[in-house]
Design a protein around this ligand. Structure first.
Ligand code: UTP
Length: 464
């Protein structure tokens, strides 16, 4: 293959857009790299890039007027009624489920897709396995298999699929598991210049979990859902092993309210906790980021004594399919969020430089930005210990240690609620516990499956 040259028109367009520097060392590239680089540049929409760059000068700050929102805390009888309606929808095959796993997991630093991280405290089951087993168990209980969609990025699509296939999809049928790929967006320097992560390679990153919406449309998921008579999509993030997938209570509450989009929240009790909040913005429910709140708002109290802004977003949603069709249409403007990050890029001399300060801007779309567009919205409060402990960091909070502890603590709580006593180890402490989704999805099912006798724990703990 001989050396290539960029088309003069392409050169002119990039120069006109102030991005001609990307061709600076083009001649020194191998022809194969030249071809790949030209394809990458060709796929770039310069008008979209100009729009993104114009956001660098947009004033940061709060958009719209923010007010607290009271989440729905159903009584036991309401929960039961919601659950019944939810199971009916599941039995009728109306629900598909969708896990977003296209992130880069930079904080965790695991060399592979985050879903391949082993979190089972006793079994070392990975996040993907725990989810696949839960999907199987719900399908079995409902008498209707659920379709599972997995959002990947261009970077982790191959590894994700290979992982599922190596493990025979953890029992999921071939036509039950679908992969979607979100698009990448270019990174720019703080001055708005395209940058290279290597010779002949633009620095890019996945377009945020909001990219899931486009991927659902472009990947044919919404069409397939329509063909299969599914009108509800349950959404969660790959990092939260405690997520109650396709929770019938959420489904029932959503249907009862005639909602188009719904969200689960946990109560925020510490004003300092850096969590996004479901709140009203200009009278409409949506997610308000921690950084958008004043310290006074963060500390404000409700008449009940709890925090006024207490609906901590855990990124678990239920969406109506028709709503998703509307908000994934090309004409729908979701907007972008900017993140200033430290990324190794080539310097003017062509050498890779590790920055000590944030040096590039990444552009992301956020899925929760669609919530204000939903006709009705349910904000359902759930117990943190039951449903939320995400794997974010290598150490400290939301790390493998806290996630494993949370899985064990929930299993212990289920064992007690099922009417057993958690065995104690030689130290006198309750033993480590884990309940497979294939054994039980809740304490009542655990009792049903195990009968009166709790098995004896092994040396490591009690794996049920
Ligand atoms: P986070 O914002 O926590 O990002 O994603 P992350 O990639 O997991 O971790 P860091 O910030 O790099 O350390 C929340 C969820 O959204 C998904 C992630 O896979 C995770 O389930 N996500 C995020 C996507 O699917 N695509 C994206 O572009 C970004």
């Amino acid at each position: 293959m001989s050396k290539l040259r960029p088309h003069p028109y392409m050169l002119k367009c990039f120069e006109g857009a102030g991005q001609g520097h990307v061709f600076d060392r083009f001649d020194s590239l191998e022809p194969k790299r030249q071809a790949a680089f030209l394809a990458q540049l060709d796929a770039l929409h310069l008008s979209e890039l100009a729009e993104l760059i114009s956001l660098l000068d947009a004033p940061a700050g709060v958009k719209g007027e923010i007010a607290p929102l009271d989440p729905l805390v159903p009584s036991a009888s309401e929960r039961e009624a919601f659950a019944q309606a939810g199971w009916e929808a599941l039995e009728a095959g109306r629900v598909a489920v969708f896990v977003v796993a296209g992130g880069q997991g930079t904080r965790l630093g695991w060399p592979g897709p985050k879903g391949t991280y082993p979190v089972g405290p006793l079994t070392q089951k990975t996040l993907f396995q725990l989810f696949a087993e839960q999907v199987l168990a719900i399908g079995e209980r409902a008498g209707r298999a659920l379709d599972l969609y997995v959002l990947t990025s261009e970077l982790n699509r191959g590894e994700t699929e290979a992982f599922f296939e190596e493990h025979a999809r953890f029992g999921l049928k071939e036509d039950q598991l679908h992969y979607l790929v979100q698009a990448n967006l270019p990174n720019v320097t703080l001055e708005g210049r395209l940058c290279l992560s290597g010779p002949g390679e633009l620095a890019t990153s996945p377009n945020g979990h909001g990219g899931a919406l486009l991927a659902l449309r472009d990947g044919g998921a919404l069409r397939r859902m329509a063909e299969r008579g599914q009108d509800l999509l349950f959404y969660w993030q790959v990092d939260n092993p405690l997520c109650a997938i396709a929770d019938p209570v959420l489904i029932g509450a959503h249907l009862g309210a005639g909602a188009e989009g719904s969200t689960k929240i946990v109560e925020k009790t510490d004003p300092e906790e850096r969590v996004g909040l479901v709140a009203l913005r200009d009278g409409k429910p949506g997610v308000v980021e921690y950084s958008e709140m004043t310290p006074e708002q963060q500390r404000e109290r409700a008449p009940s004594g709890g925090l006024a802004y207490r609906a901590g977003n855990i990124a678990v949603h239920l969406f109506g399919r028709e709503f998703l069709e509307r908000v994934s249409a090309p004409t729908f403007e979701l907007g972008y969020h900017l993140a200033r990050k430290k990324v190794a890029i080539l310097n003017a001399g062509g050498a890779l430089e590790e920055p000590s300060e944030p040096n590039v801007v990444k552009f992301e779309r956020f899925v929760f930005d669609v919530l204000p567009h939903a006709k009705n919205h349910v904000t359902l409060q759930v117990e943190r210990a039951e449903e939320f402990e995400p794997l974010k960091n290598a150490e400290g909070s939301y790390s493998p240690a806290t996630v494993k502890a949370a899985i064990s603590a929930r299993a212990q709580a289920w064992i007690e609620r099922a009417g057993y006593t958690v065995p104690r180890g030689p130290s006198g402490d309750p033993v480590l516990c884990e309940v497979s989704p294939l054994t039980a999805l809740d304490p009542a099912q655990l009792r049903e499956r195990l009968g009166d006798q709790l098995p004896e724990p092994g040396a490591e703990g009690l794996s049920l």
